[in-house]
Design a protein. Sequence first.
Length: 379
Amino acid sequence: MKFTINRSAFIKELNNVQRAISSKTTIPILTGLKLDVSTDAITLTGSDADISIETTIPASDDNNTLVVEDAGSIVLPARFFSEIVKKLPEDTMTVNVTDGFQTQITSGAASFTINGLDPENYPHLPEIDTTNTITLAGDVLKELIGQTVIAVSNQESRPILTGVHFILANGEFLAVATDSHRLSQRRIKLPEANNANYDVIIPGKSLTELSRMIGDDNPDVQMRLSENQVLFVLGNTAFYSRLLEGNYPDTSRLIPKESNTTVEISAPALSAAIERASLLSHESRNNVVRFSVNPTDKTITIFGNSPDVGEVTEQLQPTDLVGDELEISFNPDYMKEALRSFGQAMIKISFTMALRPFTLVPTEEGENFIQLITPVRTF
């Protein structure tokens, strides 16, 4: 096996595939990167058994300046190979595999020889044979992931909550995540009539890595599902993830239908105030910020303190405030992440009682995006 390629083009695809490679895997060969070289393309594959990424570098793209002398396959130690490639001196590099999987990497005056592994021992990627394909705009999918994955659980005690629940029905796409302390729900209408019905749970870690791969040059992402795998196709890259097994809890009943107090305010303004209050609350053992609503003078007051350091109080003037007087406490980190997901939007916060969950929605299209936070008992 022997090929020469533009180093920058190779590194770009190598970085994507490396997202799936872990040094902590129990299958030693999965610490490696698989290269399949044909006469007209190179295919790079990385996997940690949960996520697999496969990307193709075609010779037909002049930017790759790919010249293949001999086709073949090899598995190379991913960490060493990546570090070598990134530090080579010239714009092009040559990879040459000789007997016994010995691999020579040359660029200019630099030459490395590393030991490869037999590609026959590398696990096969899942086969997803389905005619049902959902096509989503890359920026829409990236936003949807960013808005929901913040609420997945990090606790393996309830594995089902470490994923995002994706439901596709009646031309609507619903994504929900909760860690039992907060919830995020986003609904989008699919642009074309789609009769497919899906109900799957995708690990939050997989979606985070997928989101990082969606760039400006991937306008559309195709999504295909099988019984226990999901495949996302981004241009020349295929991203596979296992699905979580089990039944996701019915989250619709957690969202309050009515409220006694509502506040309309700019998300960035409230986020900045919570950020300041949390400077002191983070020094406290319980990390709580208090939020008081005063309908009489139409103000809200944010209070944070640490017995060891001091306290902070800030008063804000919302654009609208209706309902009963209220005092509620919550984890400021949950609130900051929820507020960031709204970007620069105006939001409406709806409260029922001091110890009941409250919701945040954008003032426009509020039915399509909901963040819910459970308050903290402080007495």
